[in-house]
Design a binder for this molecule. Sequence first.
Ligand code: KG4
Ligand code: ZN
Length: 368
Amino acid sequence: MKIIFWNWYKYESPKTLGQRKVRYLKLSLGIETSCDDTSVALVDENGVVHCQLMASQVSGHLPFGGVVPEVASRLHYEALLPLIDQLLGQAQKSWSDVSLLAVSSRPGLVGSLLVGVVTAKTLALGLRKELIGVNHIHGHIFSPFLRSIEEADSQNLQFPYLSLVVSGGHTHLYLVESYTRVLELGKTRDDAAGEAFDKFSNLLRLGFPGGPLVDRFSKGGDRKAYNFPRAMLKRPGYEFSFSGLKASAMRLIQEIPAPIEDSQRSELCASFQEAICDVLIHQLSKASRNFSIRQVSISGGVSANSRLRERAEKWAKEEGVFLKIPEMKYCTDNGSMIAYAGLMQSLSGWKSDQSLSPSPRALTGDFL
Ligand code: KG4
Ligand code: ZN
């Protein structure tokens, strides 16, 4: 699909336009409740985020050391409608400005998804709005197109591009040909990269959520202090595997007498983080070379990792690759990516109706 940018009229008020022909940008309201954060956003066809709000559930899950599905769905239920009201108020928009309701419908925790899907369906029916169910992974894949109003004219990715999605549940490499054509090149055989970070954090008793804590404790640590395994590097193809890394970390940490000192903890975190970065960059770089594609994106929660960002940017510069990693607030789960993916897929002809239902699983090719 060809993307058309309508920048020339975008922020002009109708009064100043006189007799000029005007096509207003469609505005999509995105709802994300697939896991443990409730997020809603208003995004237009250019990927410009007009407002994004998030209700974090961290304090609700903290006592349990991980996400409890029943707690997650109850907290989504409590947060969602007030958050949508607040979103419209803060963006100074009314329902008449909204063309589309886009909602994460798969994959994820089914009770959490259900809260978003039922809310979106009810609003769409009552307010006569278009509805689209969005594959959460597509949200991450297209999140590099999101930008603030100030960045509206900045250079953006071109199709086809390579998309590395690294989150708590996914480590997947895709070849993205359009908003409606995404080919899977490889994925993890076992744990996702974010899951590996979270489990490693638990082993070291750093806390929850693990990825950002490992990132923080890595600062200043010697990355070569421990030689963690790097799986799949010598194999053909684009698969990943992190279960060996986790097992090796577990054995190592069990052998260290407690309490672990701060400097040793930093070394462990930095070495573990480096092993994950090595594998991710290696597979991405191999795919870029083999497919001769120099447009690349990294997204999903783990793309917030400071070392991964640093390594990826260095690699892209050396290889002459155009790399797009979303801004931090669009890396982890967010309503903007759902609003945008839904809008682009709806403009490409996909629609949902009141039969939309949530599903815990999804293939990349699944849309509704
Ligand atoms: O995309 P996301 O918000 O949710 C899923 O779809 O899974 O990703 C969450 C994952 C968690 O595993 C979290 O530990 C990880 O992203 N994460 C990080 C960082 N920030 C979040 N991992 C490493 N470094 C970070 N800075
Ligand atoms: Zn996600």
